[in-house]
Design a protein around this ligand. Structure first.
Ligand code: NI
Length: 188
């Protein structure tokens, strides 16, 4: 397995609507394996294919993973889930507010309100049709990752004013961490 490069905003691949997967192939499974490894290695709880530069409707997540700093990435895996062509088929009226972050918007966080519960239909790692009812962090994470497949970042849910502030801070953050960010791709 390989740790992949994470694309950071503003990058065109993050703005593009990703293509549906016609049939889940070994190539897609390899991508999902690599995405999971990348996610654990970079301390993410979810990752969508466009974030590693692949414009396909694929995402992975593990909201139950062990996240202590002293736990090495390979031991974080608890309940990895892979979603291909996910679609929301029902959402609750109740909203849940969560302070979201994103591997493609490093160092930045903002509160986003989303439906508290969603039912999602998707294809799994083996290409089998499935349905899941998600709530709490799983629901938030799943919707955040599904947004990536439509070229939407969590900052796009903010007011223009708040988004501009976050994007300015991101620019500064990228500058300050340039060396570290370049290095991390080599080291991991
Ligand atoms: Ni994200």
């Amino acid at each position: 397995m390989t740790v992949l490069k994470i694309y950071v905003a503003p990058h065109p691949v993050l703005k593009k609507k990703a293509e549906p997967v016609a049939k889940v192939t070994d190539k897609d499974r390899k991508l999902m394996d690599d995405m999971l490894e990348t996610m654990y290695a970079t301390d993410g709880i979810g990752l969508a294919a466009p974030q590693v530069g692949v414009s396909k409707r694929i995402l992975v997540l593990d909201v139950e993973q062990k996240r202590d700093d002293d736990i090495p990435p390979q031991e974080r895996r608890v309940k990895p889930l892979c979603f291909v062509n996910p679609e929301i088929i029902w959402e609750s009226e109740d909203r849940r507010v969560y302070n979201e972050g994103c591997l493609s918007v490093p160092g930045q966080y903002a509160e986003v309100a989303r439906p508290d519960k969603v039912r999602v239909k998707y294809l799994d790692y083996d290409g089998k049709e499935r349905e899941i009812e998600a709530d709490k962090l799983l629901a938030t994470c799943l919707q955040h990752e599904m947004d990536h497949l439509d070229g939407i970042l969590f900052v796009d849910h903010l007011s223009t004013l708040k988004r501009d502030i976050v994007m300015r801070k991101l620019k500064k953050y990228k500058k300050e961490n340039e060396e570290e960010m370049a290095e991390s791709h080599v080291l991991l």
